[in-house]
Design a protein around this ligand. Structure first.
Ligand code: FEO
Length: 386
């Protein structure tokens, strides 16, 4: 396992998690990486670590460049354990190293590891001189934890951005000019929709500062490093954070005997006939983290469930919980479903969506199996709304 040169004297020394498929519930069908960076200067500096089970890989990569005991400074941009999980081992190898993090980072690391490391809490604007180069710390609270910060190296025009601009993607290629850009962008979009979305207002504030920096490379902490398309991912973040939607309808549903599914198809057809881009996703076959990727630019989110024991289907319930936490703003919703002897699920879904801040435009219910006339009527009513 070798280090990968990012620039002269700056190396990627992270870990590749080829087979992870669930990142606390997020379907990571392409795996992930935890990116850490080693800087060889007058002060030997390590930025972030990896998940604990990949620490041997990381130490091997560091050792391909330098003896890890020579590390002077460790920068922890973020407490979450996919980036701090290797700290204990690193601090054992380099016990005199100074550990720089935000003040809330220090609190969080102490609460995670119960260690009395040589903490040096930093503030936005603090400059750490490494020798020929320096790191400028910028605190970015709630993008996406209270402790987050990023580190900017002006001499090399590198932004060490931690979670921001990342993608869950395992690959032996490290840079965005080595891997298909459409896949990187798609995974970055999924990452934003599932992790960063609730903090879009904070992202907008951070982007103001980022836009003032001269950036050639974004050395993020998951997936591919941006060195050719850094501007493109910054612009994509600006668009996602601004909550821009387009003429698009997402129809999400579960079904028991295809009655709710036939309603979903009629609703999708109504949107298509009205010039909308549509996406139709059955929750039995589509993971909620993939559904979220479609939510990000949808003007309408239509949610369908039949009645199951007087309630909505559990898949729909799970999706509503997940959607509500990720809190996309200013979206319209249509609630629909078939029922046998009581349509309470429609009322429950509509109530939850309203409480989560969505505008419920209409609700639609059909008893047992929809007739052709029922579906024609549904299609007409939806088209009349658009
Ligand atoms: Fe990649 Fe918030 O950890």
């Amino acid at each position: 396992m070798k280090a990968v040169k990012v620039k002269e004297g700056i190396y990627w020394v992270g870990g590749i998690d080829w087979n992870i498929r669930s990142f606390h519930g997020y379907l990571t069908q392409r795996g992930s990486t935890y990116n850490a960076y080693l800087i060889i200067d007058e002060k030997i500096t390590l930025i972030d670590t990896v998940k604990s089970y990949l620490i041997s890989e990381m130490i091997e990569r560091i050792s391909s460049v330098i003896d890890p005991s020579k590390i002077d400074y460790v920068i922890s941009n973020h407490v979450e354990m996919d980036h701090s999980g290797g700290l204990s081992e690193i601090m054992k190898l380099a016990p005199n190293a100074t550990l720089f993090c935000s003040p809330r980072g220090e609190t969080g690391l102490r609460e995670h590891y119960r260690e009395n490391w040589n903490f040096k809490p930093t503030e936005s604007g603090t400059i750490l001189n490494l020798g020929k180069r320096s790191l400028h710390f910028i605190l970015t609270p709630m993008v996406h934890w209270p402790d987050n910060m990023v580190s900017y190296m002006p001499e090399e025009k590198i932004l060490f951005s931690n979670d921001a601009f990342g993608q869950h993607l395992a690959s032996s290629e490290r840079f965005d000019d080595e891997y298909p850009l459409d896949i990187i962008m798609m995974e970055a979009r999924k990452y934003y929709a599932n992790i960063v979305l609730p903090y879009s207002k904070q992202v907008q504030k951070v982007l103001v500062g980022v836009n003032e920096l001269d950036i050639e490379i974004i050395a993020n902490s998951h997936g591919i490093i941006w060195r050719k398309h850094a501007r493109q991912i910054i612009e994509a973040y600006a668009s996602w954070a601004s909550n821009e939607t387009r003429k698009k309808a997402l129809v999400v549903y579960d079904t028991m005997w295809h009655s709710t599914e036939s309603m979903a198809l009629a609703i999708q057809d109504a949107f298509e006939q009205s010039g909308y881009v549509t996406s139709l996703l059955n929750l039995q076959y589509n993971h909620i983290s993939d559904v979220m990727t479609e939510v990000i630019d949808a003007e309408y989110i239509c949610i369908g469930s039949p009645t199951l024991n007087g309630r909505m289907m559990p898949t729909v319930s799970a999706f509503l919980t997940y959607l509500s936490g990720l809190a996309p703003r200013d979206r319209k919703t249509i609630v629909f479903g078939s029922y046998g002897w009581g349509p309470k699920q429609i009322e429950d879904i509509a109530k939850q969506m309203t409480e989560s801040g969505f505008e419920v435009v209409t609700t639609e219910k059909i008893k047992f199996v929809p007739s052709t006339e029922d579906l024609d009527g549904l299609r007409s009513r939806i088209k009349a709304l658009l």
